[in-house]
Structure formats: structure tokens, C-alpha cells
Ligand binder design. Structure first.
Ligand code: UD1
Length: 429
């Protein structure tokens, strides 16, 4: 059966616990959470834009197929660069087969509505981590004059001409900020997004749009102002390094008592997670081109609560659980961003961890070493966290349903091996 990302369910990671991870790895370009969105934004201009520093994660294949279905021509301009030619006639319709495989599909809504005045987008799928509503996207676009119907699972949006508006978000949603920003760039007049998401991915999208000719100020702050322009042109943009992928190796360093440098990310992109890495017992320093974490003998337990950037990123939370599982003491984890993100705890407990969940909270009582077991990846980050757990477990851990991990990691096993880990990915490429 074809799963999210287009690979079969029979992929798995086989991990044998070992010693500390030591060395240097480079974070890939942030393909899943930044690159795919910028490819969708390329639909705004009847021109050919180029997005660079992409890596072959499974979600990228879905976005290529989706843009192809909409009518854009997508070609590799270089081994890590895609050229998206949207100068041809587009079909402003995103079909369920593709949208159901990837949350970032919703990023075509703003561009299609802005360029065509019409967008029909099936309700998106993505990770099984919570309810993931779209009301903030819809309300923002309604404030700009769009009308919506939900018919048979398809969002049908229409507008004669988008008009600038003041949009105050209930919550600094990354996706809603991006949708409103991509619609506002071609709207008449000024749009002000208040309580906007400040994630580095949002700033990188603003940089891409600015390269297309958009007029945006304040991206990366809670107030983003967009002055609509009449038309946009081609952009050529290199996406930022993947701070979430990079963070995976830094947390792995802490869990294993290692010394790892991740190139291609900055300390600032980690936000509060940089401080937590230190609180957990790591020596954290910014290097010329990255971040280094030198772990102590055993991590010290701390409490962690996820929040929008610059708070502790929800995508780092499963990695923190992996570290706390072998830490000295007990830590309390509170998940504030998604309502169902702690379901993976049961998989940790199969490995001898002591994780007790109650709603949005998890109490993690550290043990010295986990015990290798067959476990299941439930989403991309929880899956990667189980691989980390396998590094500090006696014997062999097999993480099944690795297609979830493939959505966001191009070469997790290879990079961990380069740091001294014993990890293999098995199953179809
Ligand atoms: C993006 C990232 C994801 C990351 C998350 C938070 C991608 C493809 N995914 O997801 O990896 O974990 O940001 O950093 O980039 N919400 C509403 N109504 C809305 C929109 C969101 O209630 O209209 C809620 C969601 O249900 C969730 C919270 O807001 O509880 C955060 O969602 P949001 O910031 O929008 O995350 P995504 O853009 O979906």
C-alpha cells in the first residue's frame, strides 16, 4: 500500500545501541518545512523560479507531483535545485490523492487564490499529531475578501480581487502566516498580520517572496506588513539549513554522551532549544558555520514545554523525550502546540523507558539504559526520536513504518553512521 511520501510501509530502521556519537555533520536544506512552501509560492508569478539547497526527502516528491498536477513544469536545474515554471496556464485545483499525503499542500491555497481568484484544495493530511485545523487560514483570507465553501472534503475558495486587511491571528500559526503572506503579496493595498509566526521558515519564505518582487517587512517578528504589488517575477533562492534535522543530531549527541557539530544551522534558529540543550547537561557553542554540543557523562533531567518560535519547538519535543528517557532524574514535558503529539510515548515504554502521559503532559523518569525492541514510527519526528532511543538501548531496535521518517530526512542513517552509530535503513529507497 502506498503511504505518505509514496513509499511502502515495509521500510524500517535497524539500530544497535553503542557508544557516544562524535564528529561533524551538515544539516540539509530545510526541504520539508521551507523548500516545499517556496515551490508552492513560485505559482504566484507567470515565470520560472529556482529553489536551491533542496534534498530528496519524500515530501519533496509529493510537492513536485502536486505542482505538476496544477500545471507547472518542474525540472531539476542542478542536483539540489528545482526550477518551477508557472508561466503556463494553471489548473487551480489540488487533488485529494496528493494533498492527503502532505500537510504543506495547503501552501498552494494562497498563491492560487492570489493569482487566479480561485482555488480548490482538498483538506490536507500530514502527520498524525493532532487536529490541525485550517480556520486561521480561512479567516485570514476571508478578511481579505475571499469566500469559502467546503464541499465533499474540498475547500473551494473564490475572490474577485483580494484586498489588504488587518489580520490578528488567535495563535501564531506557521501555516496561517504563510497562507496569508502569500495571498497578500498580490492583494490591493496593505495587509498587516499581527501575532504572526516568527519561525525562521516564515522569514525564509518572505525572503523568497521578496526575491519575486514582493514588499514585505517585519517577517520574523509578530507583526508582518505586506504591501501588495501588481505582479511578481521569477526568484532564485537558496533555502535555509534544516534546524529540525540539525537538532536531531545535537539531541543524539546529548543522549549518547557524545560531541557533535552540526554545520549549516545557527544557534539563533534553535531558539529556547539551545538553552535546553545546555540545561540537559551539554556544553553548547556556536561554531563558524554551525552549532556544537559536547555532552556530559549523563544528561540531567529538566522540564520542557513547547511553544511557537523562539520557544522550544514542538518538532524537537520527541528528541527531548529520548534524552530525558536516559537522564538522571525526572522531567516533565508539556506539549502546547499540538493536541495529540505524545501518543508515541507507548513506543518508548516498549524499550523500557518510563514515560507517563496525561493529556498534554508527559512525566519522563530517566533510566540508565533502554532495551532494544521492535517499535513503530507514528510521525516523522517521533520516528527519528525512536532511532535516537535505539542508540542508547542494549541490543537491537527496529523502528518500523520508517516512511514517516523519510518524509523529512534524506539520509538519517548515513549521517548517524558518519558519527559512529550503527544504524541501517532497510526497505525500498
Ligand atoms: C508547521 C510545520 C510543523 C511544525 C509546526 C509548528 C510544516 C509542513 N509543518 O506545521 O512541522 O511542527 O509548523 O512549528 O511546515 N491551528 C489552528 N488553526 C489553523 C492553523 C493552525 O487551530 O488554522 C493550530 C494547529 O491545530 C496546531 C497549532 O495551531 O495546534 C500550530 O499549527 P501551525 O503552526 O499552523 O503548524 P503547521 O503550519 O501545520
Amino acid at each position: 500500500m502506498v503511504q505518505a511520501g509514496g513509499t511502502t510501509a515495509s521500510t524500517r530502521y535497524r539500530v544497535r545501541g553503542g557508544g557516544p556519537l562524535v564528529g561533524t555533520v551538515r544539516a540539509s536544506g530545510m526541504t520539508k518545512n521551507a523548500g516545499c512552501k517556496q515551490m508552492a509560492a513560485a505559482l504566484l508569478a507567470p515565470a520560472a523560479s529556482t529553489v536551491r539547497n533542496l534534498h530528496p526527502v519524500a515530501d519533496l516528491d509529493v510537492m513536485i507531483d502536486l505542482l505538476g498536477a496544477i500545471g507547472a513544469e518542474v525540472d531539476w536545474a542542478a542536483p539540489d535545485a528545482l526550477r518551477i515554471d508557472a508561466s503556463v496556464a494553471l489548473t487551480p485545483e489540488a487533488p485529494y490523492e496528493l494533498v492527503s499525503r502532505m500537510r504543506a499542500s495547503i501552501n498552494v491555497l494562497g498563491p492560487l487564490l492570489a493569482r487566479h481568484g480561485r482555488a480548490r484544495v482538498a483538506m490536507p493530511g500530514g502527520d498524525n499529531i493532532g487536529s490541525r485545523k485550517l480556520d486561521l487560514h480561512v479567516r485570514g483570507l476571508q478578511a481579505m475578501g475571499a469566500e469559502f465553501d467546503l464541499v465533499h472534503g474540498v475547500i473551494d475558495a473564490r475572490v474577485n480581487a483580494l484586498c489588504g486587511a488587518r489580520v490578528l491571528l488567535d495563535f501564531p500559526s506557521v501555516g496561517a502566516t504563510e497562507t496569508i503572506m502569500t495571498a497578500a503579496v498580490l492583494a490591493k493595498g496593505e495587509t498587516v498580520i499581527e501575532n504572526a509566526a516568527r519561525e525562521p521558515e516564515v522569514s525564509d519564505l518572505a525572503a523568497f517572496l521578496t526575491a519575486m518582487g514582493a514588499r514585505i517587512s517585519g517577517a520574523g517578528t509578530p507583526t508582518v506588513t505586506i504591501e501588495g504589488v501588481d505582479d511578481l517575477g521569477a526568484a532564485d533562492h537558496t533555502i535555509i539549513g534544516d534546524r529540525i534535522e540539525g537538532g536531531t543530531y545535537l539531541f543524539a549527541a546529548l543522549a549518547t554522551g557524545g560531541d557533535v557539530t552540526v554545520e549549516g544551522i545557527t544557534l539563533g534558529q534553535l531558539g529556547v532549544a539551545a538553552d535546553k540543550l545546555a540545561d540537559l547537561g551539554g556544553l553548547v557553542e556556536e561554531t563558524v558555520d554551525g552549532v556544537r554540543v559536547v555532552a556530559g557523562e549523563r544528561p540531567c533531567a529538566v522540564d520542557v514545554q513547547t511553544l511557537p518560535y523562539p520557544g522550544f519547538a514542538t518538532d524537537f519535543m520527541p528528541f527531548a523525550v529520548a534524552v530525558l528517557a536516559v537522564a538522571d532524574g525526572t522531567g516533565i514535558v508539556t506539549e502546547n502546540v499540538f493536541d495529540n503529539r505524545l501518543v508515541f510515548a507507548a513506543e518508548f515504554n516498549r524499550m523500557g523507558a518510563h514515560v507517563h502521559t496525561e493529556g498534554r503532559h508527559a512525566v519522563v523518569r530517566g533510566v540508565r539504559r533502554l532495551s532494544g525492541a521492535p517499535v513503530q514510527a507514528l510521525d516523522v519526528r517521533a520516528g527519528a526520536a525512536l532511532v535516537l532511543a535505539g542508540l542508547v538501548a542494549d541490543g537491537e531496535t527496529v523502528v518500523h513504518d520508517a516512511h514517516h521518517i523519510d518524509r523529512g530526512y534524506a539520509d538519517l542513517a548515513g549521517k548517524l553512521r558518519s558519527l559512529g552509530a550503527d544504524v541501517q535503513r532497510e526497505g525500498p529507497a
